[in-house]
Ligand binder design. Structure first.
Ligand SMILES: Nc1ncnc2c1ncn2[C@@H]1O[C@H](COP(=O)(O)OP(=O)(O)OP(=O)(O)O)[C@@H](O)[C@H]1O
Ligand SMILES: [Mg+2]
Length: 387
């Protein structure tokens, strides 16, 4: 059983820690917080809110009853994790008092043996909560097999189209920190970037966030990447997760341009997204890269069902057919977008996005409809951003 959940471990008892760790190996659960004791309470809460584990395993061996206040503070934090109490006592009275105090699960020795089942229950509960929560939107990542395959073009147009077709709030975020062009294409006015959000996760709330984003079209907000010349430290992967988890609850759809290839930043963002769109052209070097990327993701346990292959710049008479590619790469082709150099060139030369009625524009409309699960895309006149 694989659990795509994040965990916080507060375990001081050595044997329990070992048992938990060996139970988690290969389970797909990720540990985002790991310390032997709660320690200083405010610092702990701050850390909890920053790392936001879905589930917190707490060793109750050294904690004093009553537990109500402690569990309430943990559950009322922004992280609001599910709490699993590890306790040496198997007495019904103790179990009851801990559960009554607000713990979601109670484990007693042998901890390792009992943990698997508890995690299964928690993962199922969390997945219902995520899918059933009207405030939890969908995160979509776009990344190119190699430079220039088209992830930025596709992410920008799909974001505009999703906002237009669904009429709900959409965010377009540029996580291509080296060469992000979303801000330029979308004519972003804000001088802040996603890096500011990542550097300030401790004060990430709606009012801070609003100061960072720009308005694109109605219902679409944009947060750009820092300029190519900006001096910056390598962001922490935990901060990327925190920002993505935050935005999930502010927008119905968040589209993230991840740049090209796999690196630690892309990998941690891919962990957070619901669907990962891998964009490739049909030339041999790009297909070679795609093959490597897919293999490496699947080998590392990435759910194949989250990967969506997008073929871009497909010529009228392609050398290789989608069926052949699916055989070669082992995953289905989600969508094919045509080569349309003329339209792209003309639109960009005028500082506009693509018109709706060009070949590529029509395909992008359909792509957004397919992503949103809309059967017949609504008609529209113009697909112009820069008015
Ligand atoms: N379907 C298409 N038909 C014609 N030109 C396209 C198409 N898709 C993208 N392009 C062009 O290809 C170039 C690269 O596109 P884009 O910047 O979107 O790719 P990318 O994968 O984001 O590149 P980078 O690696 O630089 O981030 C751009 O000039 C874009 O206009
Ligand atoms: Mg790009």
């Amino acid at each position: 059983m694989a659990y795509s959940i994040t965990l916080g471990l507060i375990i001081g008892t050595k044997e329990w820690r070992q048992e938990v760790q060996s139970c988690l190996e290969g389970s797909g659960a990720r540990t985002v917080l790991d310390q032997p004791a709660v320690g200083e309470w405010p610092a702990f809460l701050e850390r909890l809110e920053r790392t936001r584990p879905d589930v917190l395993l707490i060793d109750f061996a050294n904690l004093q009853a009553p537990y109500d206040e402690l569990i309430a503070q943990i559950k009322n934090s922004a992280a609001a994790p599910q709490v699993v109490a590890l306790h040496k006592s198997a007495e019904p009275e103790t179990i009851l008092s801990v559960i009554r105090a607000g713990a979601d699960e109670y484990l007693y020795p042998p901890i390792g043996a009992n943990l698997g089942k508890a995690l299964e229950r928690l993962a199922a509960r969390l997945s219902t909560r995520m899918n059933g929560n009207p405030n939890g939107g969908k995160l979509l990542g776009f990344f190119s097999a190699k430079g220039g395959c088209g992830s930025t073009t596709i992410a920008c147009h799909t974001a505009v189209e999703l906002a237009r077709q669904t009429n709900v709030d959409v965010l377009l975020a540029d996580l291509d920190l080296d060469a992000g062009l979303v801000g330029f294409l979308m004519k972003c006015k804000s001088r802040y970037s996603i890096l500011d959000a990542m550097a300030n996760t401790h004060r990430l709330d709606l009012s801070y966030w609003r100061a960072l984003v720009s308005n694109g079209t109605p219902r679409l907000q944009v947060i750009r990447a820092p300029g190519a010349s900006a001096q910056r430290e390598e962001p922490k992967t935990d901060d990327i997760r925190t920002v993505l988890r935050f935005v999930r609850f502010q927008y119905e759809w968040t589209l993230v341009d991840l740049g090209r290839g796999l690196n630690p930043l892309v990998l941690s963002a891919l962990d957070e997204v619901d669907q990962a769109f891998l964009v490739t052209t049909l030339d041999v070097p790009a297909l070679h890269q795609v093959q490597q990327i897919i293999r490496s993701l699947i080998d590392s346990g990435y759910g194949q069902d989250r990967l969506r292959l997008l073929l871009n710049r497909v010529p009228k008479a392609p050398d290789v057919m989608p069926g052949e590619l699916e055989g070669l790469l082992g995953i289905p082709v989600f969508s094919m977008l045509p080569e349309d150099h003329g339209s792209v060139y003309e639109a960009y030369a005028e500082g506009q996005l693509l018109p709706a009625n060009c070949n590529l524009g029509r395909h992008l409309t359909k792509l957004a409809a397919a992503i949103a699960g809309i059967q017949e895309p609504a008609n529209r006149k113009k697909f112009s951003l820069f008015r």
